[in-house]
Design a protein around this ligand. Structure first.
Ligand code: MF3
Ligand code: CO
Ligand code: CO
Length: 274
């Protein structure tokens, strides 16, 4: 067990926390910085860029803003962002890979501001992409919107999963089962788990002040994934394309507040088709 495990074991006891105005203030600042980090990266996501260069830009941006990159040294992870390209579902490790025209890539960043975690990801097309790749990205964004629309006090985590799954499957895509959204706040990965599939009324009842992520992973092919020998990179077993996007949100008295709103309006970066 490493240090992170010890710390998390101490804080994560399975109870679902609710937070007051100070928590909302803290999460707004953390979510905003995560969104600004991806806003900053957007013009750099072009054919020929090294994924490690994007990681360096993100790390320096977060540190320059007096915040901390949550993923750096988290359970032995050695980078600031995850960059998941084409059939990589999540947790792709930046390195010597160069982005090429036609690739689709998810970039996922989490920053810690005054102890609060802002966890956020978006999809990018690298130059023009195939029409089916753009369609997958569009389905993934619509899926997260439908999931967020299901959030209000008295609804359940299962309502969120049900909204996402029924939409994604109606579009002849599939929802990844092996990874889920999560509570967050002062803890990075906290209770409850937010499954992106499920039954109406199942799971935990949502209450004002709960904070969690919604981060559906959607595949063009089958939902099955496997993790590569690096211990992180998750890929589709059938090598079909996969897409993901993620917001950190809080349950309000009548719905949801999105903490990771892009100040530049860049949550859905424009994707061109070939
Ligand atoms: N940001 C990811 C999430 O959405 C977690 C990445 S953990 C890492 O929960 F160590 F892979 F970076
Ligand atoms: Co994330
Ligand atoms: Co997350």
């Amino acid at each position: 067990m490493n240090t992170t495990d010890v710390l998390e074991a101490e804080f994560r006891d399975g109870t679902i926390r609710t937070h007051g105005p100070d928590g909302f203030e803290g999460m707004r600042a953390a979510g905003k910085l995560a969104a600004e980090c991806l806003d900053m990266l957007t013009p750099h996501i072009v054919p020929g860029v090294l994924t490690d260069e994007l990681d360096r830009l993100a790390r320096e941006f977060i540190l320059d803003n007096g915040a901390l990159p949550a993923c750096l040294f988290y359970r032995g992870y050695a980078k600031t962002v995850c960059i998941s390209v084409n059939h990589v579902v999540c947790h792709g490790i930046p390195g010597e890979r160069i982005l090429r025209e036609g690739d689709i890539a998810n970039i996922d960043v989490t920053c810690i501001v005054d102890g609060w975690h802002g966890d956020h990801s978006r999809m990018y097309g690298v130059g023009p992409v195939a029409p089916r790749a753009k369609r997958l990205i569009d389905v993934t964004y619509e899926a997260i919107e439908r999931g967020i629309a299901a959030v209000k006090p008295g609804a359940t985590t299962g309502d969120i999963g049900h909204a996402i799954q029924t939409y994604v499957e109606s579009m002849r895509c599939s929802v990844v089962r092996d990874f889920c959204g999560h509570g967050l706040g002062k803890v990075f990965h906290d209770a409850p788990n937010i499954l992106h599939f499920g039954q109406k009324g199942a799971g935990e009842v949502l209450k004002p002040g709960m904070f969690f992520t919604i981060e559906p992973m959607v595949n063009l092919g089958k939902p099955a994934v496997k993790v590569l020998s690096d211990g992180w990179t998750a890929v589709t077993r059938d090598k079909s394309l996969s897409a993901q996007c993620e917001h950190s949100i809080g349950v309000t008295e009548d719905g949801a507040e999105i903490f990771t709103v892009s100040p530049a309006g860049l949550f859905k970066p424009p994707v061109e088709t070939a």
